[in-house]
Design a protein around this ligand. Sequence first.
Ligand code: SFD
Ligand code: AMP
Length: 629
Amino acid sequence: MSAYDRFKTVEVSTDLLIIGGGMAACGSAVEAAHWAKKNGLKVALVDKAAMDRSGAVAMGLSAINQYVGLKDGQNTVKDYVDYVRNDLMGVTREDLVANIARHVDGTVHLFEKWGLPIWKDENGGYVHEGRWQLMINGESYKVVVAEAAKNALGTDNIYERVFITEPLMDGDKCVGAVGFSVRDETFYVFKAKAVLCAMGGAVHVFKPRSSGEGLGRAWYPPWNSGSSAYFTMKAGAEMTCQEVRFIPVRFKDAYGPVGAWFLLFKSRATNAFGGEYMVERRSELEKWGPYGKVKPIPANLRNWLGMLDVMEGKGPIYMRTEEAIQKIADAYKDDPKAFKKKMKELESEAWEDFLDMTISQSILWAATNTQPEEKSSEIAAAEPYFIGSHSGASGAWVSGPEDLQSADSKGDYFWGYPNMTTVKGLFAAGDASGASSHKFSSGSHAEGRIAAKAAIAYVVDNNAEPKVDMGKVDELKKTILKPLDLFEQTKGQTTDPNINPNYIRPKMFMFRLQKIMDEYAGGVSSQFTTSKHLLQKGMELLAFLKEDSDKLGAENLHELMRCWENIHRMWQAEAHVRTILFREETRWPGYYFRADTPKLDEGNWLVFANLKVQNDEWQMMKRKIHKIF
Ligand code: SFD
Ligand code: AMP
């Protein structure tokens, strides 16, 4: 029997469908439940994993990276907008950033109310890692946030371990989604009056530094596989900033984050000769327009200065953990007892930073006899990620709020419902929405709340039953399940199931995609450098890959998910390559360098590079940047 005949079909009808169970989706759930109750509406949520530990915050986090401190007058919304605009080299949607900034503190207070331990100082104030960041004991961060979401929605309305593959459309309106269970042979059809996409970012589009024995280790998690980008693009939504990948500098090989070291411990990074690239290469910053002169120096430029050292053979680059710890403890050097106590405290904070969010980094320290108070650790630029919530910006182009528009921006940035994409009824938040970087875990949750409130308002205004073409759903069921049949029918034709001319297994498909991106689109192996000619060649190879995606084979449900994850990644890849090609300048050195257009071009390219896919045609377009604050 074919998979199509074997799989039972389950239909679920709801008013609002939230797709994803991560930070943005959990925020959406809490807010949607509140407004749905007031309006007698139904909300369902579907996650490919188990919400308690799904998404980027699975392992926990050691800081909340966005807290504005409006009530205490620590900062203003404008301060945050200025910070984000500068960090993104001038390319940002100020209305979206401001909307999140004015709501994010409330989200953080909710986290605390729900039980998340936030560090306190002796006066009862939050302990800051940096200006915007709060230290937390965050190993159970996701469990705490998911519990609130589950309580709000009720478990009957939550579908876990269901992988969403495609949007359902009624003309230009999104009316639901289809997917399959990764535990039993069930095909799901969700029909909804509005859909909120929050399926995270994309990892493993590029070849990772960790390959072979280390494959699967990454900073951002590999289960963030491009579903948000695919879903919104397939629905026909306009996308933005698809060229703005994020490359974080991380502790080498286990990807421990650096924020706590640079900001809390005030550590320096030095090269093998003891030189400090942030000091020695300061003059390089002159080349990057007004953005080289701001504080903090944009993340990509900080990367770039370190990369110049590496390219000159001055590596390894080290995080000087021992120096930073000694410097802090030095204040107690005249009191041996206090000194010992402080050293113990610093040592435990250093380990906890990683035990809270990147456990493998602590394991690597243990395995290499690294005591951070005695020995430096290597840091390196990681592979590129697509993550609109952190320091990248890729995602769907969404409407901003009406009250934050200027006379100029309103026509371009506002179309009725905050966080609605250009597709009717389709909303996006977190990594799924673009041009509003630096929202992180807290801002993604806050943005989820904003989007959910707007989505419920949309349903109240457009309360018609979704029209779903069941013939089309049937076709989708056949296409989605096809890899299972292809594998089953042809697996006996060779002795090794990995090598078979009839199908390609998802892992091999992913390796092929990663090789193309690594070599042609500026990955780790090509020092993040590319050019028009390399990109054009890459496009040629991506077209062959796309052709072969029809031949993906899956041995079981788990592999079927892997097949679709990689198709989603492939679309993210194509959007990226096309947008780097379109933008004829280098604006984010340290994220990527276009060797044939090696300079910033403020005259022609201080704009958003957007795209849209319709009837398989990709359209590229420039959109104006409005200064509102
Ligand atoms: O230190 C489908 N992040 C940090 N944020 C902070 O606030 N503080 C930190 O300390 C941060 N750092 C950090 C961070 C992330 C990671 C991995 C590390 C360190 C090691 C960033 C935040 O985590 C991030 O900004 C938010 O989590 C983004 O939220 P959101 O909701 O956009 O994405 P998600 O949480 O990953 O959730 C995605 C969900 O979608 C599901 N999903 N469901 C159904 N069908 C499909 N096809 C699906 N595809 C995905 C997922 O299961 C998940 O539920 S530090 O480095 O800066
Ligand atoms: P990271 O651990 O690198 O993700 O950083 C956590 C937070 O600190 C993010 O908001 C970063 O943008 C910020 N950050 C990290 N390093 C620096 C630095 N050297 N200067 C200023 N901000 C930083």
